[in-house]
Design a protein around this ligand. Structure first.
Ligand SMILES: Nc1nc2c(ncn2[C@@H]2O[C@H](COP(=O)(O)OP(=O)(O)OP(=O)(O)O)[C@@H](O)[C@H]2O)c(=O)[nH]1
Ligand SMILES: [Mg+2]
Length: 754
């Protein structure tokens, strides 16, 4: 299970609270003082942000979870990508002052991509002024997250009726609507007390925990009734049970939690409802309840269909993360999908066709390790001593047959959008720098390294990503180099020229003898409605069986792998402007039985044929990366911000006075609230809003725009100047877009091609 969310929603704080609650820690650390367990890298502690995901086995009651704390910043999206690949369920946090934010959507889509069905929301920071369960729930519906968000716990701002109306002190209690209990936090640092709620309306109205006039009391039966009725919409069995109940107003209060839980669980696992729980990670409010619900509702590894999964051999495991540690060497994080991985055993890397040998095995508690003899099915642990394995590779036991040796589904890095040259300080620094870069790409496949015109170039997912790369090269690898200027990465599309006759024939000389081969491929620019494949850098490559072709390294038949590799080479560098190609459609047809040439020749011929075809099609469009920005500024600077955006090639998408619209300004209609219990706003009252996006007493104006990434590199400085320090923005990469002719010329000049 993983915690995923927008930056700063409190994932690391919640992880810390989980460790504290489950007694792993005797006192909890804090992100703000750089003392948390999972943010252990020096850069993380300095900056108070998570850069890499960390996994921790957590024991709670009879359950064991493998918890992964992920980073929220989109520049470290690879870490969420690989975590999403190995989890069976995710808890998505929402800062309940801000509601849905840019990366909330980003991580939600990542979970979709890896088919993580089971999800739960945690509305965090309910202690903050301006926090609202109602608004947060509405923003989920407005952004079309899930048609059935289902609130399981309700916050109690105060047990004192008068203070409650003002939302102060923030969050003193929680009502568990399923178990029909109230949790009360008496004060800072003290343990909460749990009180069962009365099962009749009359007794509830006299319940001594609340003063007689507390407004939440009469609302609680309504909330529970709506929860149960909405749940019965997805469970016929529950519906039938409800129909049998006597029609007394208290009937729904008597239903035991045990009766509801199985329905809630199956609806959660099948993604028919999205359970929502509330709390404050910082104050440890709601952490136990979250853990209880994760335990009750999340699937065990056996409840989720995984590729061929058994408790017995052979071992199949996915390396979902590889890191380098100065003391321990290469550490490969694996999730074991079947069998039992034992220490010192021989393994086969099915993604790279190489033998490996496992050394020690460990369970890792963030940076602390415990050695173990074996990792059973379903577990997440670390293997030491593997030499060739990279993030995303499949490991199987040596004895596995060829069918069991196939690779599990890969992890795909998001596209790189910025690059910089790496200049070793002296000639003797070249080799260490190269080695360090190679090691770095093994740990983080979203860092790409290549040589362009004799110069080492690294590409990454954003400017912060490159900063961290620079930082790691210096502090972990101690190599001497300078980074050149940051540049955005451009792409080329394919031209419209028709193929010449016999364009797919290749003939040449192999070992002094003439050889020829026909490469069975079709190539054209992608058409409207076709979606590029991230595995192929936004191109669409279809294999002989009509399915998307996997990356060349994980193709198991050697002839197809040779063609795949040739395609990748040809598509990585256009014959026109030497940019990587994107939005090209390639179909590889069935290969004839006897091609008459060696594998190596097949590879060379594929590169040549594809390059020629792209050359003869003429130059295509140039594409550059765009970002989506959401900017909040006071009215005074509104006009200047807009002028600046348009001057820099930005396109305004939407403007308004607050951010209740979808964060991306899309017009898409919201999910209806029919069949959803939305508590009235007064149920989650809060002190007046002084949050980060507005500033005291000022109306915030929100602008959504799309702009070229290149113009937005130093936007934080620019916005600071324009809005005199009162502006805020968030930015997410929005893919590659075709550029105008004028901009095309500029780009060609910039890259020295015009
Ligand atoms: N008031 C309040 N502040 C919180 C709460 N949870 C987290 N914070 C604060 O929010 C800030 C961000 O918390 P983190 O735990 O680092 O957030 P994160 O989601 O891990 O951030 P990234 O890993 O960088 O994406 C810190 O200053 C926390 O102290 C909460 O429940 N209430
Ligand atoms: Mg964090």
């Amino acid at each position: 299970m993983a915690f995923v969310a927008h930056i700063d929603s409190g994932k690391t704080t919640l992880t810390e609270s989980v460790l504290y609650t489950t007694s792993y820690l005797s006192c909890s650390g804090s992100v703000d003082t750089g003392s948390t367990t999972t943010d252990f890298l020096p850069v993380e502690r300095e900056r108070g942000i998570t850069v890499q995901s960390a996994s921790i086995p957590v024991k709670w009651k009879d359950w064991t979870f493998n918890l992964i704390d992920t980073p929220g910043h989109a520049d470290f999206g690879m870490e969420v990508e690989s975590a999403s690949r190995v989890i069976d369920g995710a808890v998505i946090l929402l800062d309940s002052v801000e509601g849905v934010e840019a990366q909330t959507k980003g991580v939600w889509q990542q979970l979709d991509r890896y088919d993580v069905k089971t999800r739960m929301m945690f509305f965090n920071k309910l202690d903050r002024p301006g926090a609202s369960v109602t608004q947060s729930l509405r923003s989920l519906l407005a952004n079309q997250f899930h048609p059935r968000p289902t609130i399981l716990t309700l916050p109690i701002a105060s047990f004192n009726s008068r203070q409650y109306a003002h939302g102060e002190p923030g969050i003193e209690g929680l009502v568990d609507l399923v178990r029909w209990q109230v949790w009360k936090w008496a004060g800072e640092g003290s343990d909460p007390t749990c009180h069962p709620l009365p099962e009749t309306i009359e007794e509830l109205n006299k319940f001594s925990l609340f003063p007689a006039d507390h407004p939440i009391v009469p609302h609680l039966p309504i909330a529970r009734t709506e929860l149960i009725e909405n749940l019965s919409m997805v469970s016929e069995e529950l519906m039938e049970y409800l129909l049998e109940l006597p029609s007394s107003p208290s009937a729904y209060l008597e239903i035991e939690a045990e009766r509801l839980m199985p329905h809630l669980r199956s609806a959660t696992i099948s993604n028919e409802v999205l359970p929502v729980v509330c709390g404050s990670a910082l104050k440890h409010v709601g952490t136990q309840l979250l853990l209880d619900y994760v335990g009750e509702l999340f699937p065990s590894p056996l409840d989720v269909p995984h590729e061929a999964q058994t408790r017995t051999s052979p071992v199949r495991a996915l390396a979902w993360k590889v890191t380098w540690d100065a003391k321990r060497g290469w550490m490969t994080f694996v999730r074991v999908y079947s069998g039992k991985l034992t220490k010192q055993s021989g393994l086969f890397n099915a993604s790279r066709n190489r033998k490996e040998k496992a050394g020690k095995l460990m369970l890792l508690y963030a940076s602390e390790a415990q050695e173990v003899d074996e990792l059973p099915m379903g577990s997440v642990g670390v293997v030491l001593g593997l030499k060739h394995t990279r993030t995303g590779d499949t490991l199987v036991s040596m004895g596995a047959n060829s069918e069991q040796r196939t690779a599990l589904r890969d992890i795909t890095p998001p596209p790189a959008v910025v690059s910089t040259s790496v200049i070793p300080q002296s000639h003797s620094d070249l080799e260490p720098v190269q080695q360090a870069l190679d090691a770095l790409t093994r740990t983080d496949p979203s860092v790409r390294v290549d040589v362009q015109e004799g110069q080492l170039v690294v590409q990454g997912l954003g400017t912060l990503h490159l900063e961290i790369v620079e930082n790691k090269l210096r502090s972990e690898w101690n190599v001497n180099f300078e980074f050149g200027q940051r540049r955005v990465s451009y792409r080329e599309g394919m031209g419209m020229g028709e193929p010449q006759e016999n364009w797919d024939h290749w003939s040449g000389e192999v070992n002094g003898k003439p050889a020829s081969v026909v490469i069975p491929v079709e190539i054209r620019p992608m058409e409207e409605g076709e979606v590029g494949d991230p595995v192929w850098d936004g191109n669409l490559v279809i294999g002989p069986r009509g399915k998307p072709l996997p990356s060349p390294e994980s193709i198991s038949t050697s002839r197809l792998a040779a063609i795949g590799d040739g395609l990748a080479t040809a598509l990585s560098n256009s014959p026109h402007y030497s940019l990587p190609l994107t939005k090209v459609y390639v179909k590889v047809n069935e290969l004839p039985k006897d091609i008459g040439v060696s594998i190596a020749t097949l590879n060379t011929a594929t590169v040549a044929v594809v390059r020629n075809r792209i050359r003869s099609a003429g130059p295509g469009p140039i594409l550059e990366p765009y970002v989506h920005v959401k900017i909040s500024v006071p009215e005074k600077s509104f006009g200047n911000v807009i002028n600046d955006l348009t001057e820099n090639g930005g396109e305004l998408l939407e403007m308004g006075e607050d951010s209740s619209s979808g964060f991306d300004g899309s017009e898409a209609s919201a999910f209806s609230d029919e069949g959803v219990y939305v508590p009235p706003a007064w149920v989650s009252p809060s002190g007046s809003y002084t949050g980060k996006s507005g500033g005291q007493g000022t109306v915030k104006h929100v602008i959504h725009a799309s702009a070229p990434l290149k113009q937005m590199f130093d936007y934080s400085n620019r916005l600071r100047a324009i809005a005199e320090g009162h502006g805020n923005f968030e930015m997410t990469v929005d893919g590659f877009k075709d550029v105008s002719e004028a901009r095309c010329l500029e780009i060609l000049k910039e890259i020295g091609r015009a």
